[in-house]
Ligand binder design. Structure first.
Ligand code: GRG
Length: 285
């Protein structure tokens, strides 16, 4: 399949949908709306919302019907990036080739923009359940989103990451941090649409195995990309420092194989998910 063409088309749909669901910059509070739009609409890969739409393809539903959930996941992802970059966290200056949100605006605006994006994400997922005529699925979908964010998810991952900054983390601990800081949002991207589309338990289980493997492969690939710039994270424990660069590449390859096998139960319809798993392994940014 032509994955590049597919990714390009889906990215355009998602970016239009994101813009439509963000408050207008001309409406008060203007600085917060500008900060939200700046953070979300800067140039991301949109991988997580692309996964959401892929689940619609898999189930035979029109992907446009899942755009609310796709945008919700990207809002959460963006909120996590804004918070991660703050001086009290990673103290970063630039993100996606632009100044970080707190640098372009100020810390208070960045924090408030992140809070607003998170709140909007819950509204979008609940709204998507209603639009699909599956109101009874709203509470489960919202719980899955909450699990991905709160102290079972991103917040826990970040707390662990901060606690182990400058310390030697074991491979098991690194695995947990990667799962909590990144894997949980891949899980939400595949499980929330599956729940909203009433897919079978077997299908949800297959997507869960796929998401866990792809999420970890994505994060180890991030380590490998960072390993090419040792000056940025000198001394940090990563899969590459534990297993060596070749060992980390092998781990990614075996996770990609596991992900591909997990969705083989969908037959021909799994071809996009399988191509996306290869993309995660071969990505250069
Ligand atoms: C309450 C939402 C919330 C978070 C609080 C700050 C925090 C806890 C978590 C930070 C989690 C974090 C930023 C993890 C890094 C994940 C990661 C690999 C980001 C990069 O993803 P890409 O490459 O980025 O998909 P683009 O820019 O393409 O979207």
């Amino acid at each position: 399949m032509n994955l590049q063409g597919y990714l390009c088309e889906r990215k355009q749909w998602i970016e239009t949908a994101l813009s439509e669901r963000l408050p207008a910059a001309a409406v008060e509070p203007k600085n917060i709306h500008e900060a939200m739009r700046f953070a979300v609409l800067s140039s991301g890969k949109r991988l997580r919302p692309i996964f959401v739409l892929t689940v619609a393809d898999l189930s035979g539903e029109k992907p446009e019907k899942l755009l609310d959930t796709a945008c919700a996941i990207e809002f959460v992802h963006t909120a996590s990036l804004i918070l991660d970059d703050l001086p009290c966290m990673d103290n970063a200056q630039s993100r996606r080739g632009e100044p970080c949100t707190h640098v372009k605006f100020d810390q208070a605006s960045a924090l408030l923009a992140a809070m607003a994006l998170l709140s909007k994400a819950f509204e979008l997922v609940a709204h998507n359940a209603v639009v699909l005529g599956r109101d009874q699925r709203a509470s489960q979908a919202v719980s899955l989103l909450s699990d991905a964010i709160c102290t079972k998810g991103l917040v826990y991952g970040q707390a662990l990451d901060l606690a182990y900054t400058g310390k030697n983390a074991s491979l098991t601990l690194l695995h947990d941090i990667h799962h909590l800081k990144a894997g949980v949002l891949f899980l939400a991207s595949l499980r929330i649409p599956a729940i909203l589309l009433d897919m079978s338990k077997e299908a949800v289980d297959a997507l869960t195995t796929y998401a866990n493997a792809v999420g970890l492969a994505f994060q180890i690939t991030d380590d490998l990309l960072d390993a090419a710039h040792p000056e940025e994270d000198a001394g940090k424990s990563t899969f590459a420092t534990h297993l060596g660069v070749n060992g980390a590449h092998q781990k990614v390859s075996s996770l990609v194989k596991e992900a591909i096998a997990a969705v083989s139960c969908f037959g021909e319809r799994a071809v996009v998910l399988q191509a996306l798993a290869h993309y995660v392994e071969s990505r250069e940014q």
